[in-house]
Design a protein around this ligand. Sequence first.
Ligand SMILES: Cc1ncc(COP(=O)(O)O)c(C=O)c1O
Length: 331
Amino acid sequence: MFDINDIRSQFPILERSVYNRPLVYLDNAATSQTPRRVVEAIEKSYFETKANVHRGVFSVSQEATELMEATRTRVQKYIGAAAREEIIFTRGTTEAINLVAATYGGTFFHDGDEVIVTVMEHHANIVPWQLLQSRVKITLRPVSLNEKGEVNMDEYRSMFNANTKFVAVCHTSNVLGTINPVKEMISIAHSHGVPVLIDGAQAVAHERIDVQELDADFYAFSSHKMYGPTGVGVLYGKLKHLQAMPPYQGGGEMIDQVSFEKTTFAEPPLRFEAGTPDFVDIAAFSLAMDFLEEVGVENIAAHERELTQYATRRMIEEIPGVRIFGTSEYK
Ligand SMILES: Cc1ncc(COP(=O)(O)O)c(C=O)c1O
């Protein structure tokens, strides 16, 4: 399938020891480690192509811009988006969801509207909707789970009513490992005319994502959970939604024309990327996607499943009274 020693050798951190033993790192759900090529790309950017993007007419600035924009195209291909304008760079999944809550929610939600989530959401997909409640009186409606830690689909179906305005659910749970049937959940929401945001933070490094096949309206994820640099995330949005949304923050890059009387805004994606982006890390993110493709997300998922089964078996056999939460077969 793959050579584990070859893969290990690409991660310098695994050469260190902790408590006089070789480091074993299993916290990929929180953040994954970074292969050498990604760090080398960051170093190369700082040493050779550091100049601000989208504004300089000199060659180094253009090189930096090309590297950043090549990553946008790389992400577009990686998740099967229809257009590169649908890829917005953010600081991470958290900022991507906050952006949608503040701009889409702030524009299109009205008092009395309901947003469906699940009880397995990360705080990043709960609190942004609650913050919005200070602007519009929306209700958050969490779908419950069954004893295996799976979404109760009958309950989900029954929650749609005339007030349902939006669905925001995780693709894979960071707590339970459950993979939600998001394609089906999107299709049910769309049959009621309701758009859906998928929090893909835990899914992108474990399965092939095709946003068009899923028909997701928004899809959010973080580079640092995909063997990429910290400080970079992606918000995918269907162009029709992005074009209808106001800017998230004001500043450089996101404007068309500025005067003291009136400012007009750039088209997506730049409309949502105010200020100097993290162009060094964005450029290096491409190398992380190369790594993922080389090893194969399916292989990564299979290896992790094997480790999980091994750990689960040993825990049940050797720790009396242990109870495992999240026993869905969809994980
Ligand atoms: C499911 C899920 N959503 C959102 C996040 C937030 O990601 P970030 O901290 O990279 O913005 C995480 C991080 O653990 C997560 O697991």
